[in-house]
Design a protein around this ligand. Sequence first.
Ligand code: C2E
Ligand code: CA
Ligand code: CA
Length: 820
Amino acid sequence: MADLLGAVPSAALVIDVRTAVRAANATAHALLNGAGHLSSLFTPACRAQFAAALLSASASGEAQHGLELEREDGKTWIMGSLAPCPDDGDLFVVTLSDITSLKNRLATCEASENRWHSALVGSSSGVWEYRADLDQWYCSDIWRQIRGIGPDEPIPSETDAWLERIHPEDRERVAHCVDRQIAGDPDYMTFDYRELHRDGHYIWIECRGACIERAPNGRPLRISGTDTDITARKQTEERLTHLSRRLKVALEVSRVGVFEADFDLGTSDWDDGMFALYGVERKEEVKIGGLWESMLHPEDREHVFGEVQRHVANLLPFSDEYRVILRDGSTHYIRSRTLPFIDSDGHRKMIGANWDVTGDVVLHRELERAKTLAEARNEELEEAKARIEHIALHDYLTDLPNRRYLDQMLDRIVADCDERGQGLAALHIDLDRFKQVNDTLGHNAGDQMLRHAARVLRDAMHHNGDFVARIGGDEFVFLTAYDGDDDALAVMAERLIAELRRPIVFEGHECRAGASIGIALERDGNIDARQLLLNADIALYHAKNAGRNRYEFFCRDRRHQMVTAHRLADDLLRALEKDEFVPHYQFQFCARSLDVVGTEALARWQHPERGLLAPAEFLAVAEEIGVVAQIDGLLLQKAVADAARWRAEGLRVPKVSVNVSTRRLHDPHLTQKLAVLSFEPGSVSFELLESIFLDESDEQARANLAHIRKLGIGIEIDDFGTGHASIVSLLRIGPDSLKIDRELVRGVARSPEQRRLVGSIIDIGRSLNVKIVAEGVETRDQVRVLAKLGCDVLQGYGLAKPMGMEDTFAFLRAESWRAA
Ligand code: C2E
Ligand code: CA
Ligand code: CA
């Protein structure tokens, strides 16, 4: 046995179950170094391991191999194998060999692998290896993770299956690259491509690899390498490419040039845009203090250099604008944006962009010029507009605001009063006798008088908010705040009247106009300015009527009446202009023969809306506004013309009577007015009201009467019996007829008393050769009685009602009054 052991090249020994050494060869002895038990060589853990191996060897009868046992020194390792002795089951043959250096190498290897592993994990690189001889792949966990493959999932074992997962655009190239990599082409050690992730999206992979083992014939055996997920990097790159593409387009389109200057090296780097901008060939050298500086406009040089220096020193970004003179002699405006910085080498640098703004500058200048021009023109226009506005809102003669201005201002004035909690007073001022001054002394005198009036009124403006306007020929309105003090207004009106009455001297003449003032007031709150003006107007009317040169306050009660009168007056004036007045005719008959002996023309107003209006509807107002005389004249004229028509028709109407108002009788121009008419003497007569003759002293009326007579116009006393004139005084003017008022005629058939009265009037008439006309004859009885009493002429509804001219023809021809 000892011999046998001696033949074993490594340490060999025989031990019992408790590891006591029974025999050993020399190498084993050296190893045991005197120890009697083998297990005493090992660390406690290895002792247990060894004991377990002994047990299982004895139990199974089989040899136990590859026991790695650490020695007690903790530094050296022994590899052991044991087997039960074939002839004695309690003994075991053990061989030992020192594996310390092997173990050490293994540890180094492991450490290095660990390092690699963590490095690869850190860089998220997956490791792969391909065994060409076995057509087998090894792939690390990270390799799997990159692709979303689980650690236990199978991976395609064939190269073709793997290629399937590669982006179709990359597939061919990758196949080629792999070939080249395997072939050991250093250019293909690294390549990248897209591979489908398990999730269905492509990832970018950078593959590094090389053939690490070849067969002696050069055939590759092992290729190994790493795959790194570079998707993020690729995306960044793509973004960058995208960005720089955009930037390039932007720079090209905007013709911006970019430069970068290095102050430490004195160099400047221009892009194509810069060269194009400055019209310089690309090959020319640009350096600091060279090309660019030489092109700067001399006048801008100092400023530009100053800016650069200041901003570079403080590393502040800045913008600038300056002129450059290009090679072709043209001047261009350049705008720049510059960013000074220190680069990684510590160089002072400046990167910037330049662009040409000549077009902008020129345009801007032109716009500036156009703007200045437009402004100047606008100013002129404004002035002209202001002038026109002033003219439009002011009276040219007195320069006072006119009616329009007043209208425009009313709301504002009212608002101001409301705001201050004040009332408003309106004074409507009308110059008396202004027309007379105008007519007698001429327009210049009139103008001067108006200017005088304007001055007086303007001087009377004492309060903030006082407003004066000339609203018509000789009419003015004075608006002033009203604080409840009526006396103050009365004093003011009195003073104005006194001032306005003061004579002015015109061409040596003293001329004098008076003034009447109507005053209307409105207490604070809800002032109706237009109503206020109307009220002042009404008050003025009363002041005028009450005898001029005085003021009147508006009285509310009379307003309604006045307003209608006013409206009617306006309407009436319009009607005169439109010729809406026509005569209606009431025929008069001989009391004995019932022949037509005449007709009375009665005024009718053919109103466009209200129809035919009788005198009761309009005479009073016509009287007030003094147009009755005009109406009288008009009727006379028409009646004369109509008489001619009857004559032409062969109808006998021997005479037309017209009514003549007091005013007309006093008209100094009556003579002239009558002169234009042509009529036969005796064919026209004037009916004068009994009341006319009360005033005997009127020279004008007397003169007119004499003239009327001379023209062969008959004179009839109208409405006889209603006035109080003595019959004697009436007869003194020698009328041709007396018209007995219908009040007296009415009772003539029934009342003997009335009959006696009418009878005596008829008798007096007859004795004085004055014809008697009975008015208002309505019944046959009246006709009979009056005829019997000796009345000459009958007029009344009983025989003929007043009728329009067109109806007269048939009426006269039919003579139906006789039958009745
Ligand atoms: P007058 O001059 O006394 O005219 C007679 C009035 O008596 C007329 O009324 C006439 O239509 C009415 N009349 C005639 N017959 C009868 C009758 O049988 N019974 C009654 N109840 N009435 C009768 P009219 O046309 O309404 O005129 C009223 C007054 O107006 C006239 O009274 C006259 O004073 C005045 N007038 C009419 N036309 C003119 C005119 O052109 N100028 C002036 N200044 N006054 C005129
Ligand atoms: Ca009459
Ligand atoms: Ca009458």
